[in-house]
Design a protein around this ligand. Sequence first.
Ligand code: ADP
Ligand code: MG
Length: 253
Amino acid sequence: MTYGSGPTAVEAIRDVSFSIRPGEFVCIVGPSGCGKTTLLKSIAGLLRPTHGTALIQGRVVDGPPEQLALVFQEYTRSLLPWLTVRRNVELPLKARREKRDECASRTVDALHAVGLSGFEDKYPWQLSGGMQQRAAIARAIAYRPAVLLMDEPFASVDAQTRADLEDLLLRVQQETGVTVVFVTHDIDEAVYLGHRVIVLSGRPTVVRETVDVPMGWPRDQVATKADPRFVELRTHVLRQIHRERTEHPPQTH
Ligand code: ADP
Ligand code: MG
């Protein structure tokens, strides 16, 4: 994916290719500016790549697929400010013409799961940043997509909320079997959450390595992170990213 053309062109992604099995939880890590958001937008059909294609269930993505939900990095811009939290969560369900009762009960369940019961009638701007992001996550969960794309969804919440949301997401993934593609620059988070971690290089971006995480489920914030296999894997990935930064320092443009 190259943005623009001529001398000001930015080659965001050079050659990134991988496939993901249904029900898999894949984390993508890479240095800031390497094209993680660009990659997710291409998969989501929000951006047409310069070359290459994304396929979901064998079909080329040429616009936002119905079975997919995306949780954006910029939570302050992902909820509609003129709708209450409840209406925001219900919106995609109504667009898909779910029955009214079904919309209501899924919305209640999803808001409960993210700890926002009691805030249904608030507007997004009446909530803290972390709460807005939880509402955006509730909207994605309530929709029950086949594929859930998440762009650094927990980057702006405090550490405890973050751990809670990670475990919530793992629980939802186990219960629903949703395929998750989760972008983060937090290596511990990637190893903790994923079946597999895809490590991207700095720009021009390629896949540096794919790391299988052989630890079982359910995962546990304390026990998993103390497991020698976890420590070994996170150190391995950290070393990769570190080498990436020293051998390929960030380009300016
Ligand atoms: P990441 O999410 O990994 O931080 P991005 O996908 O946001 O990276 O951006 C990758 C590169 O493409 C960056 O150098 C960024 O400045 C550039 N870029 C992103 N969006 C645009 C755009 N709309 N126009 C031009 N350049 C862009
Ligand atoms: Mg990004």
